[in-house]
Design a protein around this ligand. Structure first.
Ligand SMILES: NC(=O)C1=CN([C@@H]2O[C@H](COP(=O)(O)OP(=O)(O)OC[C@H]3O[C@@H](n4cnc5c(N)ncnc54)[C@H](O)[C@@H]3O)[C@@H](O)[C@H]2O)C=CC1
Ligand SMILES: [Mg+2]
Ligand SMILES: [Mg+2]
Ligand SMILES: [Mg+2]
Ligand SMILES: [Zn+2]
Length: 445
């Protein structure tokens, strides 16, 4: 009976994959209406219905599968997502559909959903009006953790965290405390005004977003969520990686600025007290004699720490260098990385950090993409680097082990169910994306 059931399932999967490949929307919908759980099932070489639809440029089929909640990130036996496949075959319209959460060069924490309107940061009257407006959104952070709710579950996965959006009334008492920090994040990006709008209608400002930061527990806010469970995640590194791409971007912005406020309360030039200015983007010294008040000083502005992160490629082109820190989970290897030092180019930082950490010398360096990493304020600058030597000698203070891994070993690590000699960091990290970028450079469909 079980065998019969299994083969009936398999037959349905075959029908689904075949319909997706042919662009038969009716058949795809009919199979999934009867058996929704088959949506991410794979056929030969790990291809899903989404990949078949993407391979042949079937826009309607791809849209239907996405609307029904398929996994757009799953990879086939060549480690390609449906997006990689549609890009390879030149189906731009399907790429755009799939690219919404996996656009080329866009990394987790990198999406800008707000227009920062930096020119408005010094406009006190405008800021004051936006602070109290009915549609203004406040994000609350306690000890740098954003308040989130866990009301919905991602299909088959871990609970998805969503940011809690509060109104002015809810945060008003907190805003009156002198230790609370308020940062203007920007306004929602809007579509161009519709042609039907009357000429005499005044254009409305889109909703403004603010971040409110407190070093207190703020647990009193957790009660007001009704059905949904509200919390401030305490293991912020892991939990921040479960936000949606849209929310991750705004959290990266808010958390880095709030982290700067929480560590830089005093003037670093004279030790005096400081005052918040520019919508939370500046701290000015209260001591009228302080040199930091004359000229431009980077001590007054939120910091960003550039970090190079590199996938080092073996001179034979078929292996890459990955390392592991002692703190990594067992079996996990990642790209080497390190802070850029003053007066150093990105290329030199890649060469120096690679040699310090692994003993390998690097020649050519090529920039790929970057990622804001708000723990607390790094900007990860992702590069491919071509090795000119291959002997490994690790810096044991930082790295436990570094090894050359073959392309096949790395591909297996990206595949569900494959035999693995290593695991790579999760897809939200630029390390993962650099590794996938290298695998994708030799498309083997
Ligand atoms: N998103 C991703 O895929 C990855 C992100 N990272 C992030 O990159 C950062 C840097 O990587 P590491 O290998 O640790 O750098 P690293 O190789 O330069 O070594 C870190 C050491 O550098 C010193 N240091 C110099 N400037 C610093 C600064 N501005 N802030 C803090 N420490 C500084 C400290 O002594 C620190 O222990 C890490 O904090 C990590 O969070 C690292 C790997 C992957
Ligand atoms: Mg390092
Ligand atoms: Mg280092
Ligand atoms: Mg370093
Ligand atoms: Zn000062």
């Amino acid at each position: 009976m079980a065998d019969l059931q299994l083969s009936a399932d398999e037959e349905m999967v075959e029908r689904l994959l075949d319909a997706a490949a042919r662009g038969d929307l009716g058949q795809v919908s009919s199979v999934l209406s009867r058996a929704p759980s088959l949506i991410d099932r794979t056929g030969s070489r790990g291809w899903t219905a989404l990949m078949f639809g993407a391979r042949n440029g079937h826009y309607d089929v791809v849209k239907e599968l996405l609307d029904r909640g398929c996994d757009r990130f799953s990879v086939n036996a060549s480690s390609q997502t449906a997006y990689d496949i549609s890009k390879f075959w030149g189906h731009g319209h399907v790429c755009r559909l799939l690219g919404r959460t996996d656009a080329p060069g866009e990394n987790y924490f990198g999406r800008e959903t707000l227009d920062r309107l930096s020119a408005r940061r010094t406009d006190q009257a405008w800021l004051e009006a936006r602070r109290t407006a009915a549609d203004t959104v406040y994000l609350l952070f306690s000890k740098l953790s954003p308040m989130v709710s866990t009301s919905c579950r991602r299909q088959g996965g871990q609970p998805e965290l969503r940011l809690c959006r509060l109104g002015h009334d809810a945060v008003k008492p907190l805003l009156q405390k002198p230790s609370t920090v308020l940062v203007f994040l920007g306004v929602e990006r809007t579509d161009p005004p519709s042609p039907s709008r009357q000429a005499d209608e005044a254009p409305r400002d889109p909703p403004a977003w603010f971040a409110v930061g407190t070093e207190e527990d703020a647990d009193e806010f957790l009660a007001g969520g009704g059905e949904e469970k509200r919390l401030f995640p305490r293991s912020s590194h892991r939990d921040l990686l479960t936000l949606s791409e849209d929310e991750a971007g705004v959290v990266a912005q808010a958390r880095s600025v709030l982290a700067w406020h929480s560590r830089y309360s005093f003037c670093s030039t004279c030790g005096g007290g400081t005052r918040l200015e520019d919508g939370g983007y500046k701290r000015s010294c209260l001591n009228a004699e302080c040199p930091s008040l004359r000229g431009v000083h980077n001590t007054c502005y939120p910091r960003v720490d550039p970090v190079v992160i590199m996938l080092v490629i073996h001179p034979d082109g078929q292996q890459c260098l990955l390392g592991r820190k002692k703190m990594f989970p067992a079996g996990m290897f990642s790209c080497l990385a390190g802070f850029v030092e003053p007066g150093e180019t990105l290329e030199e930082a890649v060469r120096r950090e690679t040699q310090e950490e692994s003993g390998v010398k690097v020649g050519r360096v090529q920039y790929v993409s970057c990622q804001p990493w708000p723990m607390p304020s790094s900007l990860m600058i992702g590069c491919l680097a071509i090795a000119v030597t291959t002997d490994i000698r690790v810096d044991e203070n930082e790295i436990e082990e570094a090894r050359w891994f073959s392309r096949q070993q790395v591909m297996d690590s990206l595949l569900d169910g494959a035999q693995r000699v290593l695991t790579v960091p999760p897809r939200q990290t630029i390390a993962h994306q650099l590794i996938k970028h290298w695998i994708g450079m030799n498309a083997n469909l």
